[in-house]
Design a protein around this ligand. Structure first.
Ligand SMILES: C[S@@+](CC[C@H](N)C(=O)[O-])C[C@H]1O[C@@H](n2cnc3c(N)ncnc32)[C@H](O)[C@@H]1O
Length: 334
């Protein structure tokens, strides 16, 4: 049974509406975001944002950096105002979930409701539903998929080679966005809406069908020969990533080639996985300082792409601190 659960007081009066089942909302309420008064301190606060919102030709509103941002600088940290259980779409009649979506939006505190109403919604079904579909991020909590709206972050436009990366912290229900490259003032801040490993035609098709625009980012605008080279690199990245799942038997040069391919492709956030493989293989081979070097970069990038609670982050930290104590180092000595 799906219902709307709303809290006016959540996140210091920002409020939240959640469309889900009673037992799922009960388990969400156990999270520090709801149960620990200090968990959200410093979240949803932005005294002087490092960007300005403006109208951009052919792409609606967007965010332009108003100061130099360095890789790793925080751009946003916000809680959702709406969370919709993915299963509700399959289980309810269209009319029913439309009603529930409206109830969820209407139950928000007035200031928050205004933020939701100001969002752009690609005209498809209904004004509330369109705003949710255009702006929601998919996230998973306790193996349940939710679609969540973060109105401030929803202003970020797409680029296939973005300068910002994001992750979701499940404990505090907080969506973090950080610069993944240095960003100069006057540059638009962008994220990717899709898996950036996809080749050109797949990317164009997905962006046009789901978000209704023809991507004209620098990668999608390359000369056809350069575009072909990019697609070939992406194919090779996929093949190497598949092979490195069995990293224990892979040569270090393979992970180093992956790092280089990611750099050529300007895929900054996913580069962390290549450094992660390079650190593990170096550790297996007893290369002490190489292990630390690769692990440190994997941590720096992984923190921006997976977040600080990711399991691999704990292991990488241990590897960077003391490679000789890690299981991969000890396995070599057996
Ligand atoms: C999440 S909203 C982003 C903010 C939006 N531009 C606004 O005015 O609020 C997604 C919508 O922005 C537009 N958009 C995002 N990235 C774009 C891009 N690279 N080129 C053109 N339009 C883009 C599309 O209309 C898309 O459906």
């Amino acid at each position: 049974m799906f219902c709307v659960f709303s809290s006016y007081g959540f996140a210091d009066g920002r409020g939240i509406s959640i469309l889900t089942t009673p037992d799922r909302v009960e388990s969400l309420q156990q999270l520090p975001a709801f149960s620990d008064d200090d968990a959200l301190s410093g979240i949803n606060e932005q005294v002087s944002p490092p960007f300005e919102e403006t109208e951009l030709p052919g792409r609606g509103r967007g965010l332009i950096a108003n100061k130099t941002l360095h890789r790793g600088d925080r751009i946003f940290a916000h809680t959702p105002i709406l969370m919709l259980d993915g299963e509700s779409f399959g289980d309810l009649e269209k009319k029913q979930w439309l009603e529930l979506e409206h109830t969820a939006a209407n139950n928000l505190p007035p200031k928050t409701k205004k933020m939701f109403s100001a969002l752009y919604g690609r005209p498809m079904t209904d004004p509330v539903s369109d705003r949710i579909d255009t702006n929601a991020f998919e996230l998973e909590l306790d193996e349940v998929v939710y679609y969540a709206v973060f109105p401030e972050i929803a202003r970020l436009n797409h680029d296939c080679r973005p300068n910002a990366a994001y992750f979701f912290d499940k404990q505090t229900l907080t969506h973090y966005v950080h610069a993944i490259t240095d960003i100069t003032p006057g540059t638009e801040i962008t994220i990717t809406y899709i898996d950036p490993h996809m080749p050109l035609q797949k990317r164009l098709k997905k962006l046009s069908s789901l978000w209704g625009f023809n991507c004209s980012c620098s990668l999608c605008s390359l000369h056809s020969e350069l575009s072909r080279a990019s697609d070939e690199r992406l194919g090779q990245i996929k093949r190497i990533n598949d092979r490195l799942e069995d990293w224990e038997t892979a040569p270090l040069e393979m992970a180093q080639t992956l790092i280089s391919l990611y750099e050529q492709e300007r895929l900054h956030a996913p580069r962390s996985s290549a450094y992660w493989y390079a650190a593990l293989i170096s550790c297996m081979q007893g290369l002490y300082w190489e292990t630390i070097r690769y692990a440190r970069v994997a941590i720096e990038l992984g923190l921006l792409d997976y977040g600080f609670r990711d399991e691999s982050f704990q292991r990488m930290t241990q590897l960077a601190e003391e490679p000789a104590k890690d299981a991969c180092w000890l396995a070599r000595l057996k």
